[in-house]
Design a protein around this ligand. Structure first.
Ligand code: SAM
Length: 445
């Protein structure tokens, strides 16, 4: 197991200062004393969410009001929310349909009067547990492992009511997102970790589904109120698509801000399994088999089916023969997908504009992998030059325990600013890789 030591002193900020005040390769701290879930940011949990401070900083530093910001690995849409709050036009792309639903709900200029009316309608009609229990996703066995019969019946009733409401599709998507946001809490699954599992030792006493849903709905509509007052009228454009083939016009984007998947770390869909059980059919994933197939498409997925060799500039930095067998294929497919993505990014981003990439390195038994450096090398073959880079440390959400052993511990995140020079390859500039190891309490929470 890795030895952990307290990191050296570093400058710590509530909000990051301008990039000119941060040294190349410097490591800064971000205090999370300021609130991380204002507006609609807290609507739904999502693995490896951005803290809003990061995209807010990048958008302010590197774009102007009215310009177009893209997050090609959008996740739950933190960049999209911050873009609209800063009066930018936003495009978000993700393969995961639940991520798209969440991002849509968080940025919907949904008719809040309609939502209040629907809230009343639901409150007066969601009265009972249904007794004819139906497993909501075909192919899922032993559903009572995940939900008690009483909770199952109540959830079935709420879901059916939402699906049959006479309302706009935008409002229905918002209500389904709120419904989804309570599922892990009211299930038997542990809600302190990302992975979806029922602990055999730590029995959970889940709260009742009905009051939990109505409390979440009240909070969600209030958050939409505060978002709606501040956000621009411009619409967010959410695309369920791949960052390796983006439905975005050439040279149309002023700034890219994103945190792509980490190498071989998070299985986003698996972590959202109970949510998929209930919403899979609405999201185009009606059967357990479809769910398992969709999981394999994600960049960095352990079971990824893309098996191209890694680009040669990556092999110069990472010796794939040194990797344990179980990581070789996943790592190779990760880098070849990211290479495809950079090609696309160079196509859609205007020449002379920036791409802000947030990425962590991961740990193997043999040491840290310079993932950040490998990504910069690959990006340079597509015409991106390295403009600035610094590391930052925060407390992480939904990572109660540091990842040990096989998955690797993410040591810290890098903010890398690339510039699209419009032609490649660009000269290479190496990134430092300080040996910072994190104590468990610095990673937890
Ligand atoms: C680190 S998460 C992004 C989290 C996001 N910054 C947030 O605040 O919620 C990475 C995302 O990349 C998505 N992803 C994985 N492979 C993808 C691909 N080929 N195209 C688009 N998105 C992909 C995953 O579904 C996941 O939502």
């Amino acid at each position: 197991m890795n030895e952990r030591v307290t990191p050296p002193d570093y400058r710590s900020f509530d909000d990051l200062p301008s990039q000119t005040e941060i040294g190349f390769g410097e490591i800064v701290g971000i205090d999370l004393s300021s609130h991380t879930s204002p507006f609609t940011h807290g609507l739904h949990r999502y693995p490896a969410k951005f803290i809003p401070q990061i995209p807010r900083w990048a958008i302010k530093e590197l774009s102007r009001p009215g310009e177009v910001v893209l997050d090609p690995f959008m996740g739950s849409g933190t960049t999209i929310v911050e873009s609209l709050l800063a009066d930018r036009v936003a495009h978000g792309i993700d393969l995961d349909p639940l991520a798209c639903l969440i991002a849509q709900a968080k940025t919907a200029q949904a008719n809040r009067l309609e939502l209040r009316h629907l809230q009343e309608q639901l409150a007066s009609s969601v009265l009972r547990e249904e007794d004819n229990l139906i497993v909501p996703m075909a192919g899922v066995k032993n559903f009572e492992h995940w939900f008690s019969r009483a909770t199952w019946g109540t959830l079935q009733n709420i879901r059916n009511k939402i699906l049959t409401l006479d309302c706009s599709e935008e409002s229905r998507a918002f209500l389904l997102c709120v419904f989804s946001s309570i599922l892990r809490r009211v299930s038997n699954a542990d809600d302190q970790t990302q992975k979806t599992y029922v602990s055999g030792t730590l029995r959970k006493n889940p709260p009742a589904a009905r009051p939990t849903f109505f409390r979440a709905l009240e909070r969600a509509i209030n958050s939409l109120d505060s978002f709606g007052v501040r956000a621009s009228e411009t619409h967010a454009h959410i695309h369920r698509a791949s960052a390796t083939a983006m439905p975005i016009a050439d040279q149309s984007i002023d700034l890219i801000v994103t945190s792509p998947p980490y190498l071989d770390s998070v299985d986003y869909m698996y972590n959202m399994m109970v949510e998929y059980f209930w919403l899979g059919d609405v999201l185009g994933i009606p059967h357990r088999k479809d769910f398992n197939a969709a999981r394999k498409l994600s960049v960095g997925g352990k079971k990824s089916q893309i098996s191209l060799p890694p680009p040669s500039c990556v092999s110069e930095l990472i010796d794939f023969n040194e990797l344990p067998d179980y990581r070789k294929a996943a790592a190779a497919s990760y880098f070849s997908s990211m290479d495809e993505h950079f090609r696309e990014a160079a196509r859609v981003l205007k020449t002379g504009r920036q791409y802000v990439l947030v990425i962590g390195n991961s740990q193997t038994e043999k040491g840290q992998l310079p993932v950040h450096d490998a990504l910069v090398s690959m990006a340079s073959t597509h015409g991106f030059s390295l403009q600035h880079a610094f590391g930052y440390r925060i407390r992480r959400h939904y990572m109660k325990f540091p990842r040990k052993g096989r998955g690797g511990i993410i040591l810290m995140d890098w903010v890398i600013i690339l510039k699209n020079e419009g032609h490649g390859p660009t000269p290479l500039r190496r990134l430092p890789m300080p040996e910072i190891l994190i104590s468990p309490d610095a990673v937890a929470h």
